[in-house]
Write a protein that binds this ligand. Structure first.
Ligand code: SF4
Length: 621
């Protein structure tokens, strides 16, 4: 026990110095190199030098338009490798570049070293940054393998593997096991590009889901055969991240997104895959089947899901967003999850893919009274919503809203979208009017927990989605198909030109105009019904006006300046205004936040948890 207490005190002392290490990465030489470094790139590299009006593409997610949030898979992969005896370090380059204007990403990469570097190309908006980061890694570490993974890497694997800086791609929605096999091969001295037919080539050829190159540079794609039936072999345990922060003395690179310390929202993963088939979604059932060889959703057991949330709550007061509708696997799952969560007082977000009834909300309220409900209605127009893939009626979802509020949800966020199949400009304005009737019905009677939001389907239709695969059939016209086309599109001067689609009901100009006008009207009615503060509404109104004006100015430059250098020069004159207009355009991000009590992240409790884990491991071994 004495040893235990000494270790606890040592750990607490180290963790208590977190505030002094938020920017400390310079002393890397004092610690052993990890086996794998996972790098998260900004959407565009280097976004700080470009003048790009990103538009309201990230208003409804915690990150900024450079999408600095790394995928949840980084955490599960790092933990899985540690269990396999390999050390992993995460470096969120995007957040470092955002936090410090002088942060030199290339110099930082040059100083890092590991047996291999991993880069996520999960969401397609990272198409530009991820490949540029791979090039920088290769420039400074020519003998270190570069491994890609993620949904977009999987979809574009045949094209991606041809980039000289890319050595390996692990495809599929579950990369933990194949990554461990690949890393074991790499650390044991396996060749990065073995001769065809050699023993090393045989080993590489046996790793499921892997794309690799032989010594001639020829790409090989192994069968995508690893697609586990459930998620119970994973551990979405952020204490692993905390341990790594201590080990590498580098909190700055582990931050999930820029404002995470102020608003530490985290995610818990209930499922990979989905039973629904929303036509623009890259996470739909048919996309998972076609791209990831997933025949049915893989769920995390309800008790393990609850345990993930409880572990986070041991040191964080921030909300946990449960990814995936907890009713999807069936009523028994829901019941078991809520039983396992019973008595949990901290904020939890749940998302609903369909209308739920009062019994469900009463169950939720009993187990997790501090719950917030997220519903994506997409449109007020039932025909548009049905065409998107959500079959419920307005009457059903309105009953559901009544029930959620009556059961005591802390807040109910209602999301609408522009850029949908069968949706016209007038239909978008109809959605805002519908929101007004809802606000009149609820906020007009003093009930301010229901808040509507509207944002564009942007910047890209998801690759692999039904709309992307059969655009004409669904009324979409695509401007980009290949990875390289998307990479180039991301460098366009405004989000209007970045959009990879338009519809037969609205062209790109109309989608942009409808988005800004709907955002403006929605903001005004929220101010009118006092669901947001008058000052916030006024500031948002000014930002929307400024962004609309900038779109017009950028259009003028694009239309009348054929010389690329001169065009670039003129666009750069707008950079400051563009940067100012790039955050929280059609709503203020803080509208999405819930209240928290006490210390947001309690480092002492985190340290105590780590010591407890360490002690349990010791006892078990
Ligand atoms: S958008 Fe539709 S298909 Fe995609 S995850 Fe949500 S419910 Fe499933």
């Amino acid at each position: 026990m004495v040893y235990y207490f000494r270790a606890l005190i040592r750990m607490i002392c180290r963790v208590s110095s977190f505030s002094r290490i938020t920017n400390a990465t310079q002393d890397n030489h004092m610690m052993a190199n990890p086996d794998l470094i996972l790098l998260h790139a900004p959407s565009v590299y280097d976004f700080r030098k470009e003048a790009i009006l990103y538009g309201p593409v990230s208003d409804l997610v915690p990150s900024t338009p450079v999408f600095e949030m790394y995928p949840i898979g980084f955490t599960t992969m790092a933990e899985y490798l540690e269990r396999g005896g390999l050390q992993t370090r995460i470096v969120n380059l995007a957040v470092r570049m955002l936090d410090d204007i002088h942060f030199d990403a290339e110099q930082h990469i040059a100083k890092l070293d590991a047996a291999a570097f991993g880069i996520d190309l999960h969401w397609l908006p990272h198409a530009h940054g991820s490949v540029e980061i791979a090039r920088i890694v290769k420039r400074h570490h020519p003998n270190r393998p570069v491994i890609f993974g993620g949904f977009s890497s999987t979809y574009f694997h045949q094209e991606l593997i041809l980039y000289p800086a890319v050595d390996f791609i692990i495809r599929g929605d579950s990369t933990e096991m194949p990554l461990l096999a690949l890393m074991q091969y790499i650390v044991s001295g396996g060749a990065c590009r073995p001769a065809s037919g050699s023993p090393d080539a045989v080993v590489l050829g046996s790793i499921p889901n892997l794309d690799w190159k032989d010594s001639e540079g020829l790409p090989h794609a192994n069968p995508l055969s690893y697609s586990p039936d459930n998620l119970d072999d994973l551990l979405l345990d952020y204490t692993h991240v905390l341990k790594a922060v201590v080990r590498y003395r580098d909190l700055a690179s582990y931050k999930p997104f820029r404002n995470w310390m102020r608003y530490p929202i985290t995610a818990a993963l209930s499922v990979r895959g989905c039973r629904y088939n929303c036509i623009t979604c890259g996470g739909s059932a048919c996309t998972f089947q076609a791209i990831h060889n997933r025949q049915k959703p893989a769920y995390r057991s309800p008790e393990k899901l609850a345990q993930d949330i409880r572990r986070i709550g041991e040191y964080s007061e921030g909300p946990v967003f449960v990814l995936g509708d907890i009713r999807q696997p069936g009523p028994q799952y829901t019941e078991r999850f809520l039983d396992a969560m019973s008595g949990w007082k901290k904020p939890v977000f749940i998302e609903l893919f369909d209308a739920a009834d009062r019994t469900f909300f009463d169950q939720v309220a009993r187990a997790i009274p501090n719950f917030t409900v997220e519903i994506s209605m997409e449109s007020h127009d039932e025909a548009v919503r049905r065409a998107f893939g959500r079959p419920y009626s307005n009457a059903a979802i309105e009953r559901c809203m009544d029930d959620a509020l009556a059961a005591g949800c802390q807040r109910l966020d209602l999301f609408f979208m522009t850029g949908l199949k069968q949706q016209t400009y007038e239909s978008v304005m109809g959605t805002v009017e519908y929101s007004r009737t809802l606000l009149a019905r609820y906020a007009g009677q003093g009930e301010k927990r229901l808040i509507p939001f509207i944002s564009p389907l942007a910047p890209f239709l998801d690759p692999g989605s039904r709309a992307f695969e059969e655009p004409e059939k669904h009324g979409y016209r695509l401007f980009a198909r290949t990875l390289e086309e998307h990479r180039q599109a991301l460098l366009a001067p405004s989000w209007k030109y970045v959009l990879n689609y338009e519809t037969v009901w609205m062209n790109r100009d109309q989608i942009v105009a409808a988005t800004y006008e709907a955002g403006r009207r929605m903001n005004l009615i929220k101010g009118e019904y006092n669901v947001i503060d008058a000052q916030i509404a006024a500031a948002t109104d000014r930002r929307i006006a400024s962004a609309s004006q900038l779109i017009t100015e950028i259009d003028e430059i694009v239309a009348h300046t054929p010389d690329p250098l001169e065009r670039q020069r003129q666009l750069h004159l707008l950079k400051q205004h563009v940067d100012d207009a790039n955050l929280s355009t059609v709503c203020d991000k803080r509208e999405l936040e819930v209240a928290m009590r006490g210390t947001r992240i309690n480092m002492l409790q985190a340290a105590a948890l780590m010591v407890r884990d360490w002690w349990q491991e010791k006892v078990q071994s």
